[in-house]
Write a protein that binds this ligand. Sequence first.
Ligand SMILES: [Ca+2]
Length: 398
Amino acid sequence: MRTGLAAIAMLIAAAICRADAPRIIFDTDMCSDIDDIAALGMLHALADNGECIPLGMMLSSGNDDGIAAISAMNHYHNRPDLPIGSFKGAGKSSPNYYGAIPDRFPCAVRTRDDVPDAVSVYRRILASQPDASVTIVTVGYLHNIRDLLQSGADQHSDLSGVQLVAAKVKEWSCMGGSFWDANNWSFEWNLCEDGAASKYAIDHFPSAIVFSGYEIGDPVKTGVGYGDRTPAENPARAVYDPNYPDWPRQEGHCSFDQTAVLHAARGIRNYWDANTTGYCEVNDAGYVFWHDSPDKEHGYLIRKMDNNELAGIINELMFQQPFEGESDPVPVVRYGGPNDGSRRDAALVSPARVFDLRGRALGGVPTVRGDKQALGFGVYVADAFSGNAKAARELVLR
Ligand SMILES: [Ca+2]
């Protein structure tokens, strides 16, 4: 049983975790490449760790199986009720790597007709969120962003699309463009699929944009070992199946979309540098050109960390298994006990640090004073805590 003080400590920890965690809308084409589903799995893993709060998912292609894949991943990661919206136009639907998903994995929705228009879902989510709190991650085409920016007042908000984004969106993490030769016109798939939509979206976006360009994800090879390291129930494993006809990527696959998600949740850390001086011009064909002036709220990532090291970080999140029966992490307050791997009485150090159920450090440092007697129950989380979710829950509830 939790005592009052311990429960308060838990609430403090949870509040700090949530206040710090980016609130993310994930917008994907989920069609012609396999990294989208891995990126979505990463988003759930980061949410399990308390590092972000997923608000909803959008499809930007015309691929019905993409909707099924999003739904299947949300189900697998115990968040089946997250809102899903879709582009309703004649979007691209081939090549399609997700055809096996609807028949092999549980999914509540299976086609684009089963979900509302993306603009409506965007507007509903944004209207419900605190000001300047939302991060949008796009890992596909920009139809939905264009349509959102062109939208007018509706039942969710009296604001125009531009006004609503300006009020609610803190940053757009965009997998798009190519900046290895930034001061020349460069091609990249996502932006060039519908260049006019890309140009409109980027030209009219009223909040900060950070591009994770082609050159950022291309050399980061991930996904080898999906079959060994995640359960058969993981829909992403099916897409990364080494026996898939188009696989033969034994060295791993590019991590275009994962880098944009990682940046959205964790920022640049020591993973990348960023050039934030100047702005990105997009032409009608979707090609990008970086101008060093004037300065706008645009930036692009620059490779910094060793590619293999970054691949290891991404792989760890891709392979991370979901919490059983948990839709949200329950932080635990950790003792600063001796690092001998044993559970033992130890005075609670102040300030305590907050860890999630996997033993990963969360942002925020609550000040919790007391000792075992004051707390009235033992929160014995040894320093050698292995990160086992079930074990941690038992410890918390002792
Ligand atoms: Ca994509």
